[in-house]
Design a protein around this ligand. Structure first.
Ligand code: NAX
Length: 352
């Protein structure tokens, strides 16, 4: 009798397992570079817990590091194992991009060197540019045919440009750079200013470069049902407080916390990935830096520039037809000039 009941339990368990398995999607292979770094440390555990693709999608993690940081990355892998994440199908640590990016579906390019005191911007572009040229070539060679990539390591727009150009077989619309942290910062700032919940803020957008020259634009936003332009009309606040607060928030976190934004950057990376793979809400958009396949809003072709973008689950597309007033035009032009200067600098270095 007892045996029979156990048998029934077993049958029910097997049936439940089969039904779970049949609803599971194929695993996603996600490569995270800079896996021993601080941003990587925040990102990997959430990725393994299913924060990117949901509870029906197992994840295979590939941790890519430089040789001198591989041991630390192995320690991170040990901790990931110790969490017994049901969705974590396997982990591999490597210092070889041809191994780290093999069959990868999603490449999160986080690893880069920070700017050192006294280092010129051109030196940083050179040091990090080589990383992204090499990684672009490796992705081109060994990643999955439908790979998508998000560049987080700075200067992220230009690093994405370098990687994309060094990966000629990967369609350019599979590349993006992270301006979602700036977007999220802008959402919180305006919500606090207006005294509304962040969930009542829509259609904020970051335009241009992920740098102090970015343009967080409220002109097309709705904030608690009111037009963002009404808030932006208070020019003293918009130009004197809102824009610098958002654009300089990273420097402020560094000053207060003593280290750069890491958990918030990881969180923004997850938001970016989710919206890209699952699609943006109808009538709303996200901010992301993407490749300009032609001119958009006066931004020339052949740059990686942040815009308001929508996703249909596959492709990120610039939201078109927005009116750009004189003030916005000046801010966008300033940021795009910086992107052009960075592009010219890495071109002079032979990286593209
Ligand atoms: P950390 O210095 O903590 O970690 C960087 C890691 O990258 C190190 O472990 C290093 O060994 C590794 N690395 C360097 N070259 C590599 C290579 N060729 N292959 C693989 N790994 C390599 O920096 P962390 O705080 O994690 O920040 C990482 C990057 O994100 C930095 O470039 C930072 O500027 C950038 N950020 C970008 C943000 C954005 O919104 N786009 C915001 C957060 C962050 O500041």
């Amino acid at each position: 009798m007892v045996e029979l009941r156990r048998g029934c339990d077993r049958q029910r368990l097997v049936a439940a397992a089969v039904s779970t398995l049949s609803t599971m999607k194929p695993p996603m292979t996600v490569t995270v570079t800079g896996a021993a770094g601080m941003c990587g440390y925040s990102l990997l555990f959430r990725a393994a817990a299913g924060a990117m693709f949901g509870e029906d999608t197992p994840v295979r993690l590939r941790l890519l590091e430089v040789p001198q940081a591989v041991r630390v990355a192995e320690g991170v892998a040990m901790e990931l194992e110790d969490c017994a994440f049901p969705l974590l199908a396997d982990i591999e640590v490597s210092d070889d991009p041809l191994v780290g990016f093999r069959d990868c579906d999603l490449a999160l390019l986080v690893g880069a060197w920070p700017r050192r005191v006294g280092q010129e911007r051109a030196d940083l572009l050179n040091a990090n540019g080589h990383i992204f040229a090499t990684q672009g070539q490796a992705i081109n060679e060994v990643a999955a045919d439908d790979v998508r990539a998000v560049v987080v390591g700075n200067p992220c727009n230009t690093n994405a440009l370098i990687a994309a150009i060094n990966a000629p077989d990967v369609p350019r619309d599979r590349w993006s750079a992270l301006t979602r942290l700036d977007h999220n910062r802008a959402v919180t700032r305006i919500a606090q200013h207006a005294g509304v919940s962040v969930s009542e803020v829509h259609r904020v957008a970051i335009w241009g470069n992920h740098s102090a020259a970015q343009y967080p634009n409220l002109m097309h936003a709705t904030i608690g049902g009111r037009p963002g332009a009404e808030y932006a009309a208070d020019r003293r606040w918009f130009r004197g407080e809102f824009i610098p607060d958002v654009a300089e928030r990273g420097a402020r976190v560094l000053e207060v916390r003593g280290t750069s934004s890491q958990a918030s950057a990881a969180d923004a990376t997850i938001d970016h990935v989710r919206d890209w793979y699952f699609g943006t809400e109808p009538g709303d958009w996200m901010s992301a830096a993407i490749w300009t396949d032609r001119e958009y809003y006066g931004v020339p072709a052949g740059l990686v520039c942040s815009f308001p973008v929508t996703s249909d689950g596959e492709r990120l597309s610039v939201v078109e037809g927005l009116e750009i007033d004189e003030l916005s035009r000046a801010y966008i032009d300033r940021s795009v000039t910086e992107l052009i200067e960075e592009r010219d600098a890495v071109r002079a270095l032979g990286l593209i």
